[in-house]
Every structure is written in C-alpha cells, then in structure tokens.
Ligand binder design. Structure first.
Ligand code: ADP
Ligand code: MG
Length: 393
C-alpha cells in the first residue's frame, strides 16, 4: 500500500479532529452518519463537511451512501491516526521505505530525530481473514463493536505484548518499542528473512538453534504457529531472530499438538531441502539441553510442553487480556504464509469489499432505527476529543 506520509504535513488540526471523530463513530457504526461525525468533532467554526471532502480526496475516508450518507476510515486513515499519535509521543519522527509485505501487514522503516531506524508494522486484518470472519457469523452478531479496526488493533496489541514478554524471557525477538492502534514499532532486525538464505557456514548450529526455539517456546507454554523460513530472520553472523507473533497460541490450545508438529516440520523440511541435511544424529541434544525425540529425531510435544501460566503477568502488563486472546484466536488461525499468499486480495479498497462480504447478509431491516438510538448512546459513550488531544491522539 502506498503511504505518502508527506501528506501528514498538509493535514490540519481540523482534519485530524474529524478523522478521529469518524474513528470514534466506528465503535458503534460500520458507516458513521455525517451528522454524528459533525457532533463528535464539534469544530469551533463548523465546516465539518468541507473537511470530510478533503479527507475523502486523500483517501483517508471512504464515503458510503447506500443506506444513509456516511463515512468510514480506510486503512490509510487509520495508518495516519496511528502514525500521528506515535510521532506526537516522540517514538519516531519520519517514515521511510517499505521493507516488507506480509500476508496481513505492511512493514516500513521509521526513524527517530537522531537517525535511529526502527521497523513499523501496520496490521491489516481483513486482507485475508474476513473469509474466516464470515464463517464466524454467529459470533459477530453479538458484537456491536466488531470491525477490522478492532481486529487489527487487537492483533497489534497481541504482537506487541508477546514480543515484549518473549524479550524479557531472553528469546531472540525484536525489541518491542511501542504500539498504537494497529501499529507496532520494534527494533529493526539486521539480516534477511531465512527464506532468502542459500548458504550457511554452520547449518547444524543454526538448525539446532531454530528447533531449540520451538522447544523452548513450548517449555514456556507457547507455540508460534507460523514458525517458518518467512518468520525467521538471520544475519551475516548467522544469528537468528524470530518475528511475527499475532497467531501464537498456548500449549493448552485444542490443536496445540498439531501446531507444534507443524512448526517443527516446517523447520525440518526447509533444512532438508535447502541445506540437504539429515537429522537423527543432531536433535537429541538441542541447543545444549536434552530433549525427547521420536525415531525421526523430531522433538516430542507431549514430553516438552509445559502448561505453565506463562507470561500471563507480562502480557497483562501490556494491556493484553485473556479475553483479547480468546477473540484474537477466533480470527487468526495459524496459517502457513505460503498458503495464504495466494489468497491475498491485494491492497487498498480490496479491504472494503471483504469487509462488506463479512457483514452484508447480516444486516436486517431494524438497522435504520438502531442508528438514531445509537447516535445518542454514542455521544455519551465517546471520550471527549479534548482528552484525546492531550493524551492518546
Ligand atoms: P506478517 O505477519 O504479515 O507475515 P511479518 O511480521 O512476518 O508480517 O513481516 C513481514 C516481513 O517484513 C518479514 O518477512 C521481514 O522481511 C520484514 N520484517 C518484519 N519485521 C521486521 C523487523 N523488525 N526488522 C526487519 N524486517 C522486518
Ligand atoms: Mg510473517
């Protein structure tokens, strides 16, 4: 997705105020009625409509008049709100080139005033997962606040919380710097995705390190669920860093064994194919510790996994709750990167069609009457923009 951050400079206070008003309205509305935007934004000198037109022109909003006249944020609009918040907090000062396109994210370089470069991951749930969402229709019916904003925000929060907790437990992960909305800021990993690496000095050592990570995670009660050559970074000294955590599950998950075995299999398969390795000799002693393996040298889930209350405290410290985990787990299935890529609908407005997919036949004729009721509820429930001006936004 194109992210012309120069545009940020030309957006006024009023622009952001109205953009934030649409975001707030989206807590209860998929499409936020114009009058509601106007009321939440309550610009001193009026002119909300003109501002809306400007935001629309820059593709920060999407206009929808199918049922009533209203707006919703585009991913670009959401990006700008997150970026502005983080810039205001002093986390970074500029946005650079795009360094990665994941199946459900875009990754950019960002830099601080003094030139320190970090990575910014913008989560984009809805690119592929709305198909999954569609099949969870019953669940969604009872969730008024559901939207791709909510899911992307939750995915980012989960990723941030796990990264931070894993870092504290000595796992080789990027340093988790900050998080806002659907955006995670982390240290930039030097090196390359493992999938690009054709040769290693010490394939056995790297192999043991990587399998050792899967084992150590399980010992801590966790499974990565997408542990493959796309989510492992490796530098010139063959130092390994793991990334990409929104789909992690606990070893008590009902599919835990399958996810664990799949992670292990991915590693074995990649090393066999890319580095022509055979295994049974080197896996009994993984990363300096003895591990139970089966006859093919693969670590045994049942003898490793410890259902500890791992990281509960650490995760909660980042604001990621058990409830959040339940919600996120319903929507993010640990799918393999390669499988999902063919499913990718691309960028930009593709998101919207998928979003509509997810909700279209969900709507009933009562909707129109709900709107006026929600308007009132909304206004009361909404934090004042003044508070946000000083705090979050
Ligand atoms: P997704 O969840 O969409 O798969 P990832 O977190 O795997 O996203 O990131 C996608 C790609 O972006 C990675 O394969 C990697 O090339 C790059 N990337 C992600 N995080 C970092 C980082 N901290 N430093 C450097 N590159 C990164
Ligand atoms: Mg990835």
């Amino acid at each position: 997705m194109k992210l012309d951050v120069n545009m940020l400079r030309y957006l006024s206070k009023e622009d952001f105020r109205v953009l934030t008003a649409v975001e707030m309205g989206m807590r209860n509305h998929e499409i936020v009625p114009c009058e509601l935007v106007e009321r939440i934004a309550s610009l001193k000198h009026g002119g909300t409509y003109k501002v809306l037109k400007n935001l629309l022109k820059h593709k920060l909003l999407h206009h929808d008049s199918s049922k009533y006249d209203g707006f919703r944020l585009t991913y670009l609009g959401y990006d700008f709100l997150a970026i502005k918040t983080l810039v205001n907090r002093g986390v970074f000062a500029s946005v650079g080139r795009q360094i990665g396109v994941g199946k459900e994210s875009d990754i950019f370089e960002v830099a601080t005033e003094d030139g320190t470069v970090m990575a910014m991951k913008l989560h984009r749930l809805g690119r592929v997962s709305f198909r999954a969402v569609k099949s969870k229709r019953d669940y969604l019916k009872h969730r008024s606040s559901f939207s791709w904003l909510y899911l992307s925000r939750l995915a980012a929060l989960k990723e941030f919380a796990f990264m931070k907790a894993l870092e504290e437990h000595g796992f080789p992960v990027p340093n988790a710097v900050d998080c806002n909305r659907h955006c995670v800021i982390m240290s930039l990993v030097q090196g390359y995705p493992f999938v690009q690496v054709k040769q290693l000095q010490n394939p056995e050592v790297v192999f043991e390190t990587i399998i050792g990570l899967v084992v150590r995670l399980a010992e801590h009660g966790l499974i990565h669920c997408d542990f493959n050559e796309f989510n492992i970074m490796i530098d010139d000294d063959e130092k390994v860093t793991m990334i990409d955590f929104p789909q992690m599950v606990s070893v008590s998950h009902h599919n835990a064994q399958m996810y664990f075995d799949r992670d292990v299999e991915c590693v074995f398969k990649f090393f066999r194919k890319r580095f022509n390795m055979s295994f049974h000799e080197c896996t009994d002693d993984i990363d300096g510790t003895e591990v139970d393996t089966d006859s093919s040298g693969r670590p045994c889930f049942s003898s490793i996994a410890k259902d500890t209350v791992f990281l509960d405290k650490e995760l909660a410290a980042s604001g990621f709750t058990k409830k959040d985990q339940e919600v996120v787990e319903k929507f993010i299935e640990g799918g393999l990167e390669k499988d999902a890529s063919s499913d990718d609908e691309g960028t930009g407005d593709g998101t919207h069609t998928s979003e509509e997919d997810a909700s279209s036949d969900d709507e009933d004729s009562e909707d129109a009457t709900h709107i006026s009721v929600l308007n009132e509820a909304n206004i009361k429930g909404v934090d004042s923009l003044h508070l946000l001006d000083q705090g979050q936004t």
